[in-house]
Write a new protein. Structure first.
Length: 425
């Protein structure tokens, strides 16, 4: 066993950043330029295809709503994995959040439901922490067990809690009152009007911004605020440095006086609470009631968003937004919009092929160009795509994005590894 270099982790210096990706990272100006380029390309596709729905205000507003629970689940996964605990149980913790949130919400009000739903997710986090930290159960096994337990428990409790109440049944809760929404007066109408003009790029930006200020839930604002709050706590405080050191080198952290078990427990419980909040969003904001099966794999997509974001809050937010957008295609003009996005996908693949040629990766470039040609052929020879393709789009995008980003990913070094107190002695 190699002796850990304790000087690499100084818990009293919060400016140090263990776990930062070791590869090249895009600077903010470059990242913003890439986003602007992608939006410009989308605008070109909109003008060519006439699919105005891909960037209108309603589409963006729906995408934001669908991105929030995915982002909260991913944020929960980030907290756990930065402390070295893989949390496959996010799905189950979201399920607990949906049930407990709706159960408390229809009886005592929506904000009480939010608090109780978070507690429900925390309960799942505690169980996962006990299994993985105290008893060192395999993290994947424990997470799957949490998912199964949450599904079975809520299916058992739903008839007992909801049947006999107005609007309740064995699979659905009574309606929960709204938390409230807000629209920025003047700005929302102005952006919508600008979006309706159909101008190149400007109207698309107006649609994106309009979705952020139109009919937005107060819980959405809280969720968005949690992204920078997480970054600040984990990367700018001594507490965050100690927690991340547990996911990088717990032996070295322990040698410096860090209670590794305590920080892992805290991280996993917070992880469960965030996933539970994502579940609350589904059962109080997205739908004003609990409905069996409403999580629909969002916990797993949240985990994918976290991986796509390279275990960083900003990248996670981008991933959640991407997956939320593709998911929104199911609700608004799905077949037409997805067909238009085939052209966007073909253009992106061709651009990727050119980039690979510049980097002298000729074999990869050829394969990418062929795939791009096939996608374009699909677009050019059809007028719409089957509904099955529309429904599968979020999951296909998840797999494609993870495949393309796999080479630049860097998880915390001790993520998922069993740890026993004093093992470095």
């Amino acid at each position: 066993m190699t002796t850990p270099q304790t000087s690499a982790v100084d818990v009293n210096q919060p400016t140090l950043q263990p776990g930062a990706p070791t590869g090249r990272r895009l600077s903010w100006p470059v990242l913003l330029l890439v986003i602007a380029g992608a939006l410009a390309l989308t605008s070109i596709v909109r003008l060519i295809t006439g699919a105005d729905g891909i960037t209108n205000v309603s589409q963006m507003s729906t995408a934001l709503q669908l991105a929030v629970p995915i982002g909260l689940a991913g944020l929960g996964g980030l907290w756990a994995e930065r402390a070295g605990v893989v949390n496959i149980g996010l799905e189950g913790m979201m399920i607990l959040g949906t049930w407990f949130g709706a159960w408390a919400g229809f009886q005592w009000g929506p904000w009480t439901g939010v608090v109780v739903g978070i507690i429900g997710g925390c309960i799942g986090g505690i169980l996962h922490a006990i299994a993985t930290v105290t008893f060192r159960v395999n993290h994947i096994v424990s997470g799957v067990a949490i998912n199964i337990l949450a599904l079975g428990l809520t299916r058992y409790l739903a008839p007992l809690a909801f049947e006999g109440h107005a609007g309740g049944s064995a699979k659905q809760s009574p309606a929960v009152d709204s938390l409230g929404h807000f629209t920025v007066p003047g700005l929302s109408d102005g952006l919508r009007e600008l979006n309706n003009n159909g101008w190149f790029f400007v109207s698309d930006i107006a649609g994106l911004l309009g979705g952020l200020v139109t009919n937005v839930s107060w819980l959405t604002l809280i969720a968005i605020a949690l992204i920078p709050a997480t970054w600040y706590i984990l990367w700018r405080t001594a507490f965050g440095l100690r927690l991340r050191s547990c996911g990088e080198n717990p032996v070295a952290a322990e040698s410096l006086g860090v209670n590794v078990y305590k920080y892992k427990y805290i991280a996993v419980i917070i992880s469960g609470g965030l996933a539970g909040l994502g579940g609350v969003f589904l059962s109080i904001v997205a739908n004003p009631f609990y409905l069996e099966g409403q999580v629909s794999g969002r916990g797993y997509i949240g985990l994918a968003a976290m991986i796509f974001g390279n275990w960083m809050p900003g990248g996670l937010a981008l991933g959640a937004g991407l997956f939320g957008y593709t998911d929104s295609l199911n609700l608004r003009g799905g077949s037409t919009n997805v067909h238009a996005l085939l052209l966007l996908g073909a253009l992106l693949l061709i651009i990727g092929a050119v980039w690979l040629v510049i980097r002298k990766k000729y074999a990869s470039s050829m394969i990418t160009a062929v795939i791009g040609a096939l996608v374009y052929t699909w677009y050019a020879t059809t007028n719409e795509v089957p509904n099955q393709v529309v429904s599968a789009t979020p999951y296909v995008v998840t797999l494609v994005v993870l495949t393309l980003s796999a080479q630049r990913l860097r998880m915390p070094k001790a993520d998922g590894l069993p740890y026993k107190k004093g093992q470095g002695k």
